[in-house]
Design a protein around this ligand. Structure first.
Ligand code: PEP
Length: 259
């Protein structure tokens, strides 16, 4: 069984000085509590912080991986403002968020774009964290399963085998993101089982069972243990709760303390 994974999404937050201050607290605490022996820990930071974070993590000798929050699918070219997978790889990034609901909602990212980004990540040796999930309206209409099935069909199902087992799927109901209204562990577990059965169907059970499915949407130190108690949930993707070093530390400790 794989270790649970906890991925903090900083979104468009923190200056270089704030990031260093965070790591002064976070990195030694992760090492002292041997959290990296029990969990994988990743920080998804703005591009501008990657180099500073890399340097500081090396200085702290901390086993914490870095993720970017988006990527272009082409390796290079006339795409002003974009960053490619090989560029991120060169900077020591290991993971990339792909298709976060804020990208889908505010920047029109489609399932096809999600597929191309995830494929580029796998091709460059990066781990795509592919975000899927239904909106509040879709949830109310009772079509959550259909929505994620379509996102899997169009954005994930054609990813190459066997590399696809490197990918991580993040189930993030849009109505739970940044609202303080997390999905209950029961709802999350039901959706995760549905996602798992879709992955098994698409890639076959041998590969499908190996793809990690994590939960995001108002995950916090208060609900991490209950969410992670479910065998269907392989980790958490907190946004707001990861911005404070102590909160994220508490969340990780709660998440690995299964009952
Ligand atoms: C996110 O950014 O993916 C997220 C789940 O945010 P929050 O935890 O703040 O809801």
């Amino acid at each position: 069984m794989q270790k649970p994974i906890f991925i903090g999404n900083w979104k468009m937050n923190k200056s270089g000085a704030e990031a260093c201050q965070y790591l002064e607290r976070f990195a030694p605490a992760v090492t002292a509590a041997k959290l990296s022996d029990q969990a994988e820990i990743v920080l998804a930071v703005p591009y501008t912080l990657i180099e500073t974070m890399q340097r500081e993590l090396t200085r702290h000798k901390a086993t914490i991986a870095l993720a970017a929050q988006n990527v272009h699918w082409l390796p290079s070219g006339a795409h002003t403002g974009e960053i490619s997978a090989p560029m991120l790889k060169e900077f020591g990034v290991s993971h990339v968020l792909v298709g976060h609901s804020e990208r889908r909602q505010f920047y029109g990212e489609s399932d096809e774009g999600v597929f191309k980004r995830a494929e580029a990540c796998l091709g460059a040796g990066l781990i795509p964290i592919i975000c899927i999930g239904e909106t509040g309206d879709e949830y109310k209409r009772g079509i959550s399963r259909e929505v994620v099935s379509l996102q899997i069909k169009n954005g994930i199902s054609k990813l190459p085998k066997p590399q696809v087992i490197q990918a991580i799927i993040a189930y993030e109901p849009v109505w739970a993101i940044g609202t303080g209204l997390s999905a209950t562990p029961e709802i999350a577990a039901l959706m995760h089982s549905h996602i798992r059965s879709e992955l098994n169907q698409v890639f076959g059970p041998t590969l499908g069972e190996q793809i990690r499915v994590i939960y995001g949407g108002s995950a916090s130190r208060d609900n991490a243990q209950r969410l992670c108690n479910s065998p269907e949930i392989d980790g958490l993707l907190p946004g707001g709760a990861s911005l404070d070093a102590d909160h994220f530390l508490d969340l990780i400790k709660a998440g690995i303390k299964k009952q």
